[in-house]
Design a protein around this ligand. Structure first.
Ligand code: SAH
Ligand code: SF4
Length: 408
């Protein structure tokens, strides 16, 4: 099976940058400060003997350095006394993951392959993150799991078994790394206290649409997104953060209630017998249950619509009857419909609908009053388009798992 690298190699226009991009990976065994909420940061300060009265202030300083300035070395935290910095560095890490590979598509899309420590997986794990620049915005497509437990038949990630969930730190690190590589953090020498403009940023939007099912890793995703949207930190508006789910119905209400981000649903079929095959989680929670959960999504309004993703598969789900049924199903739900031309991958069994078919389908949906943009495939040459992400991390061997539990 061809790998990402083979495909980039075959394409003379795709630019591949390989090592030496490795960021510091030392301190792998030390506890990280990235991904801790403010209370946890204050507790970490207590651990190293910071007096109670100073803890909140120190936690705020760290928060600022980590998420506004984007530093990855305690030595850069110039308003923190030297001996405290030394103590921090002895006890904790704020190191970023290693960049195994960075590719830039002819259309400007970038894809990174990041390597994280095993954390119980037996060996280091690798995941992909994609940056898609567009007119007036830049979207970062973030992964939530290494592999996926689900097996949607048109999705490349679905062929990679779940290795493990990503931690909140690892989810956030994808944002921090992307901003660092894009030069999207303010200059480290910006005076302390200066107002740092959020206008003109390169990463303006986050979509949880990378590898994995984010609602099967709810707590870590929630923690990471609450930090990403914190107004004193990365400051990404919740209106610009979209979580996509294949339909983990019991977690949908909590997503709106506890995270408050925008919701996207991987619908892809309008009849249960078809969706059972394309998106097998449908056998557990069918279309009716899924749409009921959507109707009850907290904050749902015409100004805050749910996006329904619909991959266009030739002769499978792309007829006019399917379009009409889609319109009927979504009646009464404030919705946008995102038509995604199928992106092929090595070994995939489907074809992408013809362009005329996609347009006719879109017309029917548009005439019913729904915005239905056709998502232009981005980064296909570097294998970065929807559903093409997959890393080589293999599921932990049974022997390794047993060895870990025996030593625990
Ligand atoms: N697991 C979540 C998040 C991944 S989002 C989910 O399924 O919603 C990635 C989006 O791309 C999903 O809508 C997914 O269904 C879609 N997708 C998967 N494989 C694709 C492919 N080969 N071509 C186009 N879209 C695909
Ligand atoms: Fe997993 Fe989403 Fe791919 Fe389905 S479409 S296999 S849920 S990543």
């Amino acid at each position: 099976m061809a790998t990402t690298l083979d495909i980039a190699r075959d394409n003379p226009n795709a630019q591949t940058i390989v090592a030496p991009l490795a960021a510091a990976t030392s301190g792998e065994d030390m506890p990280t400060l990235i991904g801790l909420n403010r209370e946890e940061l204050a507790a970490a300060m207590a651990e190293i003997g910071v007096p109670e009265k100073q803890r909140r202030m120190r936690a705020s300083q760290l928060w600022h350095w980590l998420y506004v300035r984007g530093v990855s070395d305690f030595a850069q935290m110039t308003n923190i006394a030297k001996d405290l910095r030394a103590k921090l560095a002895e006890t904790f890490t704020i190191a970023r993951p290693e960049i195994v590979d960075e590719q830039i598509s002819v259309d400007g899309t970038r894809k990174w392959l990041f390597r994280f420590p095993p954390r119980g997986a037996g060996r280091p794990v690798e995941i992909e993150t994609v940056y898609i620049p567009e007119e007036g915005r830049g979207t970062l497509c973030v992964s939530s799991q290494v592999g996926c437990t689900l097996t949607c038949t048109f999705c490349h990630t679905g062929t990679q078994k779940l290795v493990r969930n990503l931690t909140a730190e690892e989810i956030l690190s994808q944002i921090l790394m992307a901003r660092e590589r894009l030069g999207d953090f303010p200059d480290a020498s910006t005076p302390q206290g200066a107002i740092v403009p959020s206008e003109g940023r390169l990463v303006t939007n986050i979509v949880m649409m990378g590898m994995g099912e984010p609602l099967y890793n709810f707590e870590n995703v929630k923690k990471a997104l609450l930090i990403a949207s914190d107004g004193d930190g990365l400051s990404l508006s919740k209106r610009r953060i979209t979580l996509s789910t294949s339909g983990v119905v019991p977690e949908i209400f909590r997503t709106g209630d506890e995270i408050g981000c925008m919701l996207a649903i991987s619908l892809h079929a309008v009849r249960d017998e078809d969706r059972d095959i394309l998106v097998p989680i449908n056998k557990k929670w069918n279309i009716e249950a899924l749409l009921d959960a959507c109707r009850n999504y907290p904050g749902l309004s015409n100004a805050k619509r749910i996006t329904f993703e619909y991959v266009m598969l030739k002769d499978i789900n792309d007829s006019n009857a399917d379009a009409l049924e889609l319109v009927r199903l979504l009646k009464g739900i404030p919705a946008k419909i995102n038509l995604i031309p199928f992106n092929p991958w090595p070994g995939s069994q489907y074809g992408c609908s013809d362009w005329e078919r996609i347009e006719e389908f879109a017309d029917i949906v548009n005439r019913a009053g729904y915005a239905s943009p056709i998502r232009t495939p981005r980064g296909r040459d570097i294998f970065a388009a929807c559903g093409q992400l997959k890393s080589a991390s293999e599921r932990m061997r049974k022997k390794d798992r047993e060895a870990i539990s025996a030593s625990a």
